[in-house]
Design a protein around this ligand. Structure first.
Ligand code: NAI
Length: 469
């Protein structure tokens, strides 16, 4: 006999879980949410929010360092890391407090403890002080997220070898760091530390950093890193590390006998789903060889009445994908026959400097998918607003289906690097996902002077006529 019952029990209070809970109550469902730590998940506590907050510190530092160019004599900037960390924590705490009150206002019942799945479906909750409760559910949504992946030869000790979990709370910035993995996390940390004076070496196994991004966009970031003194070694294997005799750092060996003597090693080689302790073995929910819970297009697992969302399933490991999946699962529970999400249409935003944002096909992936493509790129160096803000490193590239006359048809992808592109992706995202043509998008007016004119110009050029280039 269950202690208590709800229409939906959500296991995990990160973006996937809390979105499902809030959306569920908005649709009139009675929802219980099981969380073993604080609500907010990786995103709020050791992911998106603290990482972007520290990147903003780096941005302020850069701005102050070049204030003299604008005639503002501020003197060389100096970093007070204690204040930096306190501000980061303040942002986290305010958001966590806001989320807790919202869940409370929406009458989501939050259970503190670790949840695991039971047939029924039901969820067993092991509380922090050992008490056990069983919750009976009409439906269960699993949303327990992921943890950083580690690699052999680099066991995390939290002081010399660390992952994003530890780096986001270090007591002092190191003087030097090796970042293993040049994906989203690696590039954001390399950029942040590099701007704040840390000597950074990025070690990436693939031939280039940001391998999932369009090559032209990735090369803008790589060039900027080089100019700012951030070393990138791509196409190299890392072999292991030898602690310095005094324990203050380590010598990382990589490539063909090369070494990097650094204070800290940051391992950012992907994230692993947290599916191991959910008790799925005793149910019909299958887990693949990498630990992802297997789901169909509507996030249904193999166990009747059980859905899984967010980093737990093999879809882009992004907070906003988790939000969308949480809502999709609720719609499916309500029998609303929701459309599966289109993975290719996902908006991606990476907050290193220069920022990266994109949606849809890269030039390479469009060609691989069999499209005849035509592209147009415009660089920030010629844009008035970019000159005004003094940030002219960047490119906007639009990829379209090629019409017989050589002009562009449907917009297949929009890829950007440069100042605030994470805030400018909206138009490109809509163009790709609405399957708009370049003629339709080019008919819209872009305000002047703005950075978004680069998108307008790129689309206009694909119509076969252009204004500035
Ligand atoms: P990732 O998969 O984006 O990048 C990992 C990188 O490490 C890849 O380039 C891979 O080739 C490289 N790598 C793997 N093993 C290696 C090895 N032994 N030696 C050297 N390089 C190696 O994973 P990341 O950056 O850890 O991020 C985890 C997840 O979180 C990703 O899905 C990422 O997209 C997401 N995320 C997204 C952010 C954003 O969109 N702003 C920010 C942070 C994370």
């Amino acid at each position: 006999m269950a202690d208590t019952a709800h229409d939906v029990i959500v296991v995990g209070g990160g973006p996937g879980g809390y979105a499902a809970a809030l959306y569920g109550t908005a649709a009139g469902l009675d929802v219980g949410l099981v969380e073993m730590g604080r609500v907010g998940g990786t995103c709020l506590h050791v992911g998106c929010i603290p990482a972007k907050e520290l990147l903003e510190t780096a941005s302020v530092f850069r701005t102050v360092a070049r204030a003299g160019q604008f005639g503002v004599e501020a003197g060389p900037p100096a970093l007070n890391w204690t204040t930096t960390m306190a501000r980061k924590q303040q942002v986290i705490d305010r958001l966590t407090g806001g989320l807790s009150s919202l869940l409370n206002r929406r009458k989501v019942t939050v259970y503190e403890g670790t949840g695991s799945l039971r047939p029924g479906p039901a969820v067993a909750v092991a509380g922090r002080s050992g008490e056990r409760t069983t919750l009976e559910a009409g439906a269960v949504i699993l949303a327990t997220g992921s943890t950083p992946r580690t690699i052999a030869g680099f066991e995390v000790d939290g002081t010399v070898v660390m992952t994003s979990d530890e780096l986001l709370s270090v007591e002092a910035l190191p003087r030097s760091a090796a970042v293993i993995g040049g994906g989203a996390i690696g590039c954001e940390f390399a950029s942040m530390m590099g701007d704040l004076g840390v000597e950074v070496t990025v070690l990436e196994a693939l031939p280039r950093i940001l391998a999932g991004c369009d090559a032209d966009v990735a090369s803008v970031v790589q060039r900027s890193f080089r100019k700012r003194g951030i070393t990138v070694r791509a196409g190299v294997k890392v072999h292991g590390h030898q602690p310095r005799p005094d324990g203050s750092g380590a010598v990382v060996s990589y490539g063909d006998g090369q070494t990097a003597d650094v204070d800290v090693v940051v391992v950012s080689v992907g994230r692993r789903p947290r599916s191991g302790s959910l008790g799925l073995e005793a149910t019909g929910a299958a887990v693949d060889e990498r630990g992802f819970v297997a789901v169909d297009g509507r996030c249904r697992t193999g166990e009747a009445g059980v859905w899984a969302v967010g980093d737990l399933i093999d879809t882009p490991q992004l907070a906003h994908t988790a939000f969308a999946e949480g809502m999709l699962a609720v719609k499916d529970i309500l029998g609303e026959d929701p459309e599966p999400l289109d993975r290719l249409g996902t908006p991606w935003c990476i907050y290193c400097h220069p920022e990266v944002a994109f949606a849809g096909h890269t030039e390479e992936s469009a060609a691989a998918a069999g499209f005849e493509v035509v592209t147009s790129s415009h660089r920030h160096v010629g844009n008035g607003r970019a000159m005004i803000v003094g940030d002219t490193e960047g490119v906007v590239k639009v990829i379209a289906e090629r019409c017989p006359d050589g002009t562009g048809g449907r917009v297949l992808g929009v890829h950007m690097a440069g100042p605030w592109v994470t805030e400018q992706l909206g138009q490109g995202y809509l163009a790709v996902n609405w399957e708009a043509t370049v003629d339709e998008v080019a008919a819209f007016i872009q305000p002047h002077p703005t950075l978004s004119e680069l998108f307008g110009e790129s689309v206009l050029s694909l119509t076969g006529r252009s204004l500035h280039g």
